[in-house]
Structure formats: structure tokens, C-alpha cells
Design a protein around this ligand. Sequence first.
Ligand code: AMP
Length: 114
Amino acid sequence: MPEETVFRKIINKEIPSDILYQDDYVTAFRDIAPQAPTHILIIPNKLIATVNDIEIEDEQLIGKMYTVAKNIAKQQGIAKSGYRLIMNCNQDGGQEVYHIHLHLLGGKQLGNLL
Ligand code: AMP
């Protein structure tokens, strides 16, 4: 079994965080160290450590994360101006918290990554 991370405490509201959306499957909250004017993390409530650990049975859950992300982008007023969704995987991908999370970044011109 993968080890729980600080994100479990956020899901369970055991530590303070700025939660924008939560249902039985997904939680979205503001990143504590924002890299853009809007920087929100969308996570599954179920612990999946890395993208490598996503199973076929998780496909609907992963899809839901994107639906929540685009709804939040609209609520935050950045849907039209645009935004970036990023999921880092393992060391070379820059992953620090081993509970998958979709970064929703926007509110400024983000520049090219590739
Ligand atoms: P990553 O490098 O893709 O694993 O991203 C982890 C993200 O989690 C970073 O952007 C951190 O700023 C963010 N983070 C870590 N701890 C917290 C926390 N307690 N509340 C909100 N965001 C956090």
C-alpha cells in the first residue's frame, strides 16, 4: 500500500486549506505556494501515488478531475483567457507529493514549456 501524504489531511480537513470544491470522489484546493495568480490542485480522494499507478478502473475518476478543473477555471474567470493543467510524475517530472494532483494554473500568460 502506498503511504498517505499531507493531501489526505486536507481531504479529511485535519489541517487548514482553502478548499474550493469537494465531493465523494474529488477535492480541489488552492496551492500553498502559488506559481501563478490562479493555482489550484485537483486531487482524487482515493490515494493514487503517481500517474504510473493509475488503473483502468480509475478512468472515470481521472476524467472527473478534468471536469472539476474546467468548472473551477470557469468559476475563477480564467476559462476564456486560458490556463494550463499539469500532472507531474516522479523525480524527473518534479513530483513532490505522492498523491496524484492536477495543477490548474492561470491568470497570466504562462509562457512556453515545450
Ligand atoms: P508537485 O511538485 O507536482 O508534487 O506539486 C506539489 C504541490 O503541492 C506544490 O505546488 C506545493 O506547493 C503543494 N502543496 C504542498 N503542501 C500543500 C498544502 N499543505 N496545501 C496546499 N498545497 C500544498
